[in-house]
Design a protein around this ligand. Sequence first.
Ligand code: HXC
Length: 508
Amino acid sequence: MSANIAEMEKRRDAAKLGGGQKRIDAQHAKGKLTARERLDVLLDEGSFEEMDLYVEHDCVDFGMQDQKIPGDGVVTGSGTINGRLVYVFSQDFTVFGGSLSARHAQKICKVMDAALKVGAPVIGLNDSGGARIQEGVASLGGYADVFQRNVLASGVVPQLSLIMGPCAGGAVYSPAMTDFIFMVKDSSYMFVTGPDVVKTVTNEVVTQEELGGAVTHSSKTSVSDLALENDIEALLAARDFFDFLPSCNRDDVPERPTADAWDRLEPSLDTIIPPSANQPYDMHEVIRKTVDEGEFFELQPLHAGNIIIGFGRVEGRTVGIVANQPMVLAGVLDINSSKKAARFVRFCDAFNIPLITFVDVPGFLPGTDQEHNGIIKHGAKLLFAYAEATVPKITVITRKAYGGAYDVMSSKHLRGDLNYAWPTAEIAVMGAKGAVEIIFRGQDADGIAAKTKEYEDRFANPFVAASRGYIDEVIYPHSTRRRIALGLRKLRNKALENPWKKHDNIPL
Ligand code: HXC
């Protein structure tokens, strides 16, 4: 018996060395952790249970039959994060560059299937040279098997991808179909074709970092939700982030104790709106003063800053927050901000996370750039997402809610459950000056000024909307947290279903 155990231990130890000490040292020299070290940081200590440690590839071409490394370049299994179950895979760059063979893919598929069966999230740590070149089409098939599971799991269990090394070619499409992507600065990149191919085809000269590094993808493209400084920071951020997520679409949001009183008043919010309508203020302050302990996990902070998205908690329970940001482009809705918020709203709706929307929006951004790039179709995404969402929806209009953007931002008409306005709210078709210049075209400056004043007096307030029941109550800004907490309590058992359909046809 002891000989058998010794044999098992010998095999385990050999497998855990991956591609060997030399390659582990090379990984460390690049400032990267190994696949196993990453799991040690991500998961609760001692919680990792590995599967498929002894799986090997079955390739016999190009001398591969003589190069077998147990585990085949990916470490898979399950563990816990702050006590909650998660399934994981972590690609091992020290084994054939973390490249994906048929068996490697089979291991990933196995953890995804297990996660789907029990209703637990999947976190993938990606660090791979792509398709295992020696295996050819078997590797491509393996990718497709993973893609298919990404799609089936979408909306059923949360999926998070950490990109911690190369991720190129078709390999990018698995992370792209997960819910969130975190990238590590300087050591990770994602692109469909690399700088060499780009140079050959288009003559452009570009570095890997510029083409598809963490900063590019979290500012320009929005492929990535966050850019983190290094492996440790990314893994710790993933742990914090995980705590906000329900385990699956059948579960309620996680709940944790908080010392922050549900009815905490914030007198400073009574004066946060500047006297002039054109002066900005930081919507982050409103958000932080509303959520538990001021803790707000923002996503995509570097992309489309005119809208803010992220998670917070109220009375210890996760809420999704969407807010116009007056500090960037006056909080206007444009293509990027619409797309950014729409996907977030849909994630929250899929996973039973209540939506809190703070509104200060002057409308949609005018211009040929926006029109020719499809603001109609992209703006419709956000409208569609809010309209189909059946989770609790609480809206607070702090200042401007103009035009179509008023409708879009979780208005009463889109089945907003509780729609509040601060006394500073202005709910109208457009700003007073623009409105008067259209309906009183041709009047002299004095006439325009007088009519503008009249328009402001009539419409630059929340009471016209409130008199029609579009606003449930005009509230003191200082009582915003209290109102939201009370609203969420009331809405805990909200039951609302959309008509049966195979799936909708959101304007993609
Ligand atoms: C097999 C691979 C590999 C791959 C790397 N290796 N990529 N083995 N298949 N795709 C091996 C190398 O042979 C090497 O083995 C080890 O991994 C480390 O690679 P290096 O090149 O030494 O490392 P580095 O200099 O850091 O460069 C990393 C790299 C480069 C940029 C990823 O290896 C690279 O360009 N690889 C090929 C990438 C690629 O073209 N992949 C196919 C893309 S097409 P030793 O034994 O020396 O340690 C694709 C299609 C997917 O992925 C389609 C899905 C639908």
